[in-house]
Design a protein around this ligand. Structure first.
Ligand code: FES
Length: 68
């Protein structure tokens, strides 16, 4: 099994790549594609998926803190 990758997109969604099971609050499996994006801004009208509503309205850039 390959490693699942989750990318925290700048000012946007969480991009999930790889074979995963996405469950709703009751534990039911939700249909997904091999790569999909989850909303991280709270503005999507299609939660938990990103629908692009974040564009221009969400500011968050995550970076790993590097020691010097
Ligand atoms: S991250 Fe895209 S709509 Fe929320």
């Amino acid at each position: 099994m390959s490693k699942v990758q989750i990318k925290v997109n700048d000012n946007g969604s969480l991009r999930i790549t790889g074979e995963v099971e996405l469950l709703d609050g009751a534990g039911n499996v939700m249909e997904t594609k091999p790569a999909f994006s989850l909303c991280r801004c709270g503005l999507s009208n299609n939660k938990p998926f990103c629908d692009g509503s974040h564009k221009g309205k969400f500011d968050s850039q995550v970076r790993v803190a590097k020691e010097e």
